[in-house]
Design a protein around this ligand. Structure first.
Ligand SMILES: *Cc1c(COP(=O)(O)O)cnc(C)c1O
Length: 419
């Protein structure tokens, strides 16, 4: 069966034919490619078309697809057994590897996704402070739990409104949505309410385009949290182990009280994590009274894959990754400028993350993202797909570079784009 036939089948058995909405290619005037295998920077669909992959599973695959050393360790792990529901050594290895290398964390708890990690961080922050409300920012994504599916309400610095059906008004009542970069607004909210438990932010917002924030803004959040006894949560599910081993926290030299990880931490297997100082982390059960659990948490195969991936991330790795990324962005820029139909695009890049943006002005909050983004992206996506270059299938999603996007791959990219 080809991709189109599979999509028809899938839609019969699954809502929209997919298990996560963005995979459906909605609004792109084409059906999703069904992928069957991948290696390095390449991904292959059911029709045997081989694409250069810039989606990279939306971030986890920092080593590219099917790294051989990771694969070998995963095979060994599977040969021992793949779930114990008991204490095991593999999570100790991964936990100690991470905690020993990131100065501001003393303990970590593993779970299965970024969503679970943020959900736990919310409960932990409330448990630690005895307060109820949380602040999040318009344009940051923190997973699909009720408390985060909230958009700004009508009033100034007002209460949130559900952005999804099925979220109760009382849940929305406890999440306040602020604008990225607007420290005054955050200060106002925190001055008006003594019930703010935590401020959640992606220190490099990368789920609604790429919206880099100033260091002054992020330092300002740290300061407000210190003054008011509010927990600062950095959601580093994308930026963790990618912008540096210690993520944006390390790049900026700002210590959050709680950090959440996902994506790279499992190397492509389902792992999420909450980490922080022992004083906060030991509020979690079984030591403390904040409940959290998981049948498949710290799955031994995923732990081994995560550890083997993280072991490769030394200084040299990040230097090479930056070089790959700079070269790839330069190639795309040159190509975009060479084409009448795509000349209006520019690229926003931070490290190994980049975003195709139509128009001249680079937005730093969600309000200033051009309204024609998705319309323009549709064109770009179509042209790239036809040339064997696979982008994340939505204009608001960013592109990911891995160590497999090396010099040879860059030559291949150039050949494909100008073909
Ligand atoms: C992907 C992501 C999540 C959600 O992680 P899942 O594993 O998809 O549940 C949360 N926060 C950020 C910043 C993310 O990028």
């Amino acid at each position: 069966m080809n991709s189109e036939q599979l999509f028809e089948q899938a839609k019969k058995y699954t809502p929209g034919g997919v298990h996560s909405p963005v995979r459906s290619f909605k609004g792109l005037h084409t059906t999703p490619r069904f992928m069957k295998s991948a290696k390095g920077a390449f991904i292959t669909d059911e029709e045997n078309n081989e694409y250069i992959d810039f989606c990279m599973s939306f971030g986890p695959l920092i080593l590219g697809h099917r790294d051989e050393q990771v694969a070998a360790k995963v095979h060994e792990a599977v040969d021992r057994g793949w779930s114990y529901g008991a204490a095991e050594k593999y999570s100790v290895d991964l936990a100690s590897y991470i905690v020993e290398r990131i100065p501001f964390i003393e303990q970590i708890r593993f779970m299965n996704s970024g969503t679970e990690a943020v959900m736990t961080a919310i409960r932990l922050a409330r448990g630690a402070t005895g307060k109820n409300k949380i602040i999040k920012f318009n344009g940051c994504y923190h997973g699909h739990m009720d408390q985060m599916l909230i958009k700004a309400g009508s009033g100034l610095a007002g209460e949130g409104e559900a952005s999804s059906k099925g979220v109760t008004p009382s849940t929305a009542h406890d999440t306040v949505v602020c604008e990225l970069g607007n420290l005054e607004q955050v200060r106002q909210v925190c001055d008006q309410s003594d019930d703010i438990a935590a401020i959640f932010i992606e220190p490099l917002p990368a789920n609604n385009g790429l919206l880099p924030q100033t260091e002054a803004f992020l330092q300002g959040l740290r300061k407000i949290c210190d003054e008011k006894g509010i927990i600062l949560v950095f959601d580093e599910v994308i930026s963790g182990f990618r912008m540096s081993f210690g993520g944006m926290s390390q790049v900026l030299g700002i210590d959050p009280d709680i950090v959440t990880y996902g994506k790279v931490i499992g190397g492509g297997f389902p792992v999420g994590a909450v980490a922080g100082k022992k004083k906060i982390m030991e509020l979690l059960a079984p030591v403390g009274g904040v409940y959290q659990a998981g049948t498949l948490s710290a799955n031994p195969v995923a732990m081994v894959a995560g550890l083997e991936t993280l072991k490769k991330l030394d200084d040299k790795f990040y230097q090479d990754l930056q070089k790959n990324s700079d070269n790839i962005v330069a190639i795309f820029n040159e190509w975009l400028q060479s084409r009448e139909d795509l000349k209006d695009f520019q690229i926003v890049q931070r490290g190994s993350l980049f975003w195709f943006l139509p128009g001249q002005d680079i937005p730093s909050d969600a309000l200033h993202i051009p309204a024609n983004l998705q319309e323009r992206f549709k064109e770009l996506f179509k042209v790239c797909l036809a040339k064997g270059v696979y982008l994340s299938p939505n204009g608001y999603e960013i592109a990911f570079v891995s160590s497999a996007h090396d010099e040879n791959l860059q030559k291949e990219l150039r050949a494909r784009l100008w073909s």
